[in-house]
Design a protein around this ligand. Structure first.
Ligand SMILES: [Zn+2]
Length: 262
């Protein structure tokens, strides 16, 4: 089984003590490539550095998460453009809107999102998008860039059927995480994932967040890591009524094509 984790926050401090061991465990679990999420001014350069240290295995995104929207200044925009000059940076983002936590003022979130969509419209790279509790505004902002941006994935999809079909209607991809395995808040996804066309589906851990609650034996820690992608794809395959080899193969092929991985 060959898997690609399209969203791993491996620059997170919690990986500082044992990052190499985490990467080795990922390889042992069948992860053949990973896209390291860059989600702030501080961490986007770190994601690139990590990708450069593991050529062919790790790739990076560069962007500013809505939580950090206030840091998206002109200077930050210039920094993002410099990062995007590197071929190891394969997508613009993580960017989008998050009205669930509202860690940044909503107008600042929309502005930072628009500037990153502008960047993507210029460099032609795919978009790695975040949307939480902001669907209407998210769609409105995206509509302003219709026809100017390349492929897009709404990562860590946790939304409703209507939201999912809004994304699929626009030919965007859907990223599924271990949220699927959460019996408290992810049950609706078990039904919804059946409706995602094979060529629109990708998988991710969002490590160190979202440790799948169905991993057995239950780890003694709460840190998620890429090796658990093997568990997520098993759960996803069962929900879709596919054998796991099929789900693994289609999600890997989609990730390679979407991020233009070698
Ligand atoms: Zn996110």
């Amino acid at each position: 089984m060959q898997l690609i984790d399209i969203g791993a926050n491996l620059t997170h401090d919690s990986f500082d003590p044992d990052r190499d061991a985490v990467l080795q465990r990922a390889r042992d679990a069948g992860i053949v490539q990973m896209v390291i999420t860059g989600a702030s001014r501080e961490h986007s350069p770190k994601a690139l550095a990590l990708a450069q240290a593991h050529p062919g295995f790790l790739f990076a995104t560069a962007g500013v998460h809505p939580h950090h929207a206030l840091e998206y200044t002109d200077e930050c925009d210039a920094e993002m453009r410099t990062l995007h000059a590197h071929p190891q940076v394969v997508a613009v983002g993580e960017c989008g809107l998050d009205y669930f936590r509202d860690f940044s003022p909503r107008p600042a979130q929309r502005k930072a999102f628009e500037r990153q969509l502008q960047l993507a419209s210029e460099n032609g790279k795919p978009l790695f998008l975040h949307q939480r509790d902001a669907h209407a505004d998210f769609m409105a902002v995206m509509k302003n860039f219709e026809g100017r941006i390349g492929p897009a994935v709404v990562h860590c999809f946790t939304g409703t059927r209507e939201e999912m079909f809004d994304y699929l209607d626009r030919d965007w991809h859907i990223g599924i995480t271990g949220w699927l395995c959460d019996e408290r808040r992810g049950l609706h996804l078990r039904e919804l994932v059946k409706s995602i066309p094979a060529n629109r589906l990708m998988i991710e851990t969002d490590a160190p967040y979202l440790l799948p609650r169905t991993v057995k034996p239950k780890p003694s820690h709460h840190r998620n890591e890429p090796r658990y992608l093997a568990h997520i794809v098993e759960e996803l395959a069962r929900d879709r009524g596919e054998d796991v080899a099929t789900t693994a193969a289609i999600t890997t092929a989609n990730a390679r094509e979407f991020f233009r991985l070698p």
